[in-house]
Design a protein around this ligand. Structure first.
Ligand code: NAG
Ligand code: CA
Length: 253
């Protein structure tokens, strides 16, 4: 019932990493083909790896990396950092299209259109160079949920309901638009993406910067690495990060 009450919009996206997230509650025109990793998990798959998904608006499908083992599995990975092999200091178009390798560092993105609803949760897994791990989970996650045209609107972040071990470093970004070095939507007189060498839902400017530079642990520069400030501050660039999403499971509430 809550699904039916959620807002619905239809349009072309720019930040299409999220393009398949929101259609999960629409009847699929392609039968039982999985629309995301959660569907694949429900069909019995339990191994991490690459799978094809077929969002309603994109019947030809595409590949994503599914985390089938963390906290009940069914997670569709939308971002990964692990070795600095991919340049994440990119512009708006690149974050729209996506880049990197699904098996390695990447930002999932496709230029696709879709209708969407929002009922997803986000999990952020982190690891430092001592191999310590922590996570942050958010029961509510969406981008452009209340925008008639999220493209024009800058894909504002909706984030709520933190739990985890890494501390919250994202709630202060709630409501912020996405900023890249070539598209300044932040609240700073500068461009936060340019200033901190990343791309994020910057305010003025950030408590997290997971698309920052791969600086490998402690660094003398300020806040321009892969930071999750509540865990490792603003001068420690993490070894590994993974952002992943799945539909909210009502039975978990
Ligand atoms: C972290 O894990 C890697 C891979 O298992 C290992 O090679 C390395 O020695 C570990 N580092 C520390 C500081 O424990
Ligand atoms: Ca600015």
């Amino acid at each position: 019932v809550t699904l039916l009450n959620a807002s619905v919009a239809s349009h072309w996206w720019l930040l299409n990493i999220f393009f398949f997230l929101f259609i999960n509650f629409f009847p699929s025109s392609s039968g039982s083909r999985p629309r995301d990793c959660s569907d694949i998990y429900a069909s019995g798959q339990r191994e991490d790896g690459i799978y094809s998904v077929f969002p309603t608006h994109l019947p030809t499908g595409f590949q994503v990396y599914c985390d089938m083992t963390t906290d009940g599995g069914g997670w569709t990975v939308i971002q990964r950092r692990e070795d600095g092999s991919v340049n994440f200091f990119r512009g708006w178009d690149s974050y729209r299209e996506g880049f990197g390798k699904i098996t390695g560092e990447h930002w999932l993105g496709k230029s696709k259109s879709h209708e969407y609803l929002a009922n997803y949760e986000l999990r952020v897994d982190l690891e430092d160079f001592e191999n310590s791990t922590a996570f942050a989970q958010y029961g509510t996650f969406g981008v452009g949920l209340f925008s008639v045209n999220p493209d024009d609107d800058g894909y504002p972040l909706t984030i709520a309901d933190y739990s985890g071990t890494a501390g919250d470093s994202l709630l202060k970004h709630n409501g912020m638009k996405f900023t890249t070095k070539d598209q300044d939507n932040d609240h700073s007189e500068n461009n936060c993406a340019s200033f901190y060498h990343g791309a994020w839902w910057y305010r003025n400017c950030h408590t997290s910067n997971l698309n920052g530079q791969y600086l490998r642990g402690q660094h003398t520069s300020y806040a321009d690495g892969i930071e999750w400030s509540s865990w490792t501050g603003w001068q420690y660039s993490l070894k590994f990060t993974e952002m992943k999403i799945r539909p909210t499971r009502e039975e978990n509430k």
